[in-house]
Write a protein that binds this ligand. Structure first.
Ligand code: SAH
Length: 390
């Protein structure tokens, strides 16, 4: 892909976009605008497709004329300081290449779902949180880039803004998953800023239950902080192996299992929500029967730990709904080919091998497991899980 282009005018110091909630709030306080003014600016932008001009803010958002001028010149980047420079459609989705004001590029993937029973058409947006990634997982394309930059919270939000504009007619953005480029917990403060904007009623107004942060779990303390600071947001752990030596081969930054599991159990108890485990299946690497057994044992331990109530009474003390929520589930992701993976000889298992692994987990161990065949959505456009690299 092309090298980064030159920074655009939107990147000049003091520019930036209005989706930077903290900056916008600060500016309003310093300039005599109330919180109500700012909320009406956001309501206008989100209802009317972002006409961020002094005229529109004056008439539609009822800002005093002079303040509307000043606000527009302070946030001269408008709603989005980034822009979509490429659209790659694929079966069931669309990959966007988004160029940031810095000239760096990231990828955002839209996954479209049709719910035949309800007749509703929904879109899940898979956002990037970093340009590249420092974690260098052996199978992942993004890891080969190294970490080039963190995204600002507003730049993460802008990806969802672009998705809203690009989504086919009739589809509504409903879920956001932090499963694009980067390790979200390595960019923690900006992650929190993005989560705030996503759930803010005057902005994206999404339910926190529909937001999922995915992590390799290299920093257990950040998992605990996420539980404390964003307790309704879902957590997904990229596990890929339940035994440390193999996990370390796949994820060099993997931490000790006891530290990781203590943080996961803390998260599950604090949020009353079971863990979503992502498990990449690589042919003859982590797809043996013994791997399924180890994964099942890992899940059983998490479910038991999550079910312990504040009074320490265990699963029996929970309502059926709570017990089901505490149990969590596993997404099995057949490996999508990458150059990084090819260096290690990794290949996608056959559908039969995936089916065998799934059956062992589900039928012999009673684990809630699903095969995410949709993780291959975009494989033809290199926009599938783990194939994101620019
Ligand atoms: N760093 C975070 C967020 C990225 S999520 C994390 O790893 O969880 C990307 C998801 O796609 C993760 O579950 C990751 O393990 C998975 N993935 C990475 N490379 C893949 C590949 N080649 N094929 C299929 N899934 C892959």
């Amino acid at each position: 892909m092309a090298a980064p282009t030159h920074p655009t005018a939107a990147h000049v110091a003091g520019g930036g976009g209005i989706l930077d909630l903290t900056q916008a709030e600060r500016w309003c306080t310093d300039n005599g605008l109330s919180e109500r003014h700012l909320l009406s600016v956001y309501r206008h932008l989100f209802r009317r497709d972002g006409e961020f001009t002094p005229d529109a803010l004056h008439s539609a958002a009822e800002l005093p004329r002079g303040k509307a001028d000043e606000l527009c010149s302070r946030f001269s980047g408008g709603v989005a300081t980034s822009r979509v420079v490429q659209r790659v459609p694929s079966e069931g989705g669309l990959k966007l290449v988004v160029e940031l004001a810095s000239g760096h590029r990231v990828e955002t993937v839209l996954i479209l779902h049709d719910h035949e029973s309800s007749g509703k058409s929904r879109c899940t947006v898979c956002v990037s949180s970093q340009v590249g990634c420092a974690r260098a997982c052996s199978f992942c394309a993004t890891g080969t880039m190294g970490l080039l930059s963190n995204l600002g919270g507003a730049e993460i939000l802008e990806q969802v803004w672009h998705a809203r504009n690009e989504v086919p007619a009739g589809y509504a953005v409903r879920n956001v998953v932090f499963m694009g480029m980067g390790e979200p917990l390595d960019n923690f403060d900006e992650l929190l800023a993005a989560l705030r904007g996503l759930t803010h009623q005057a902005l994206f107004d999404l339910s926190a239950k529909h937001l999922t942060v995915s992590t390799v779990g290299a920093s257990p303390d950040k998992i605990r902080r996420l539980a404390d600071e964003a307790p309704r947001v879902r957590l997904a752990l990229s596990l890929h192996s339940a035994t440390l030596p193999l996990r370390k081969e796949l994820i060099p930054s993997a931490t000790s299992m006891p530290q990781l599991t203590a943080a996961l159990d803390y998260h599950a108890r604090a949020t009353r929500c079971g863990l979503m485990v992502e498990y990449l299946l690589i042919d003859a690497v982590n797809d043996r029967a013994s791997d399924a057994d180890a994964l099942a044992a890992f899940c059983a331990e998490r479910a038991a730990a999550a079910a312990v109530s504040a009074t320490g009474e265990g699963l029996a003390a929970l309502s059926r709904k709570e017990a089901r929520a505490a149990t969590g589930y596993v997404n099995l992701i057949p490996f999508n080919p990458t150059e990084a993976g090819a260096l290690h000889g990794y290949a996608t298992p056959s559908d039969e091998a995936v089916g065998r692994f799934h059956a062992r987990l589900r039928d012999e161990h009673g684990v809630n497991a699903l095969v995410r065949w949709t993780s291959a959505v975009g494989r033809d456009a290199n926009g599938a899980c783990g194939q994101l690299v620019v």
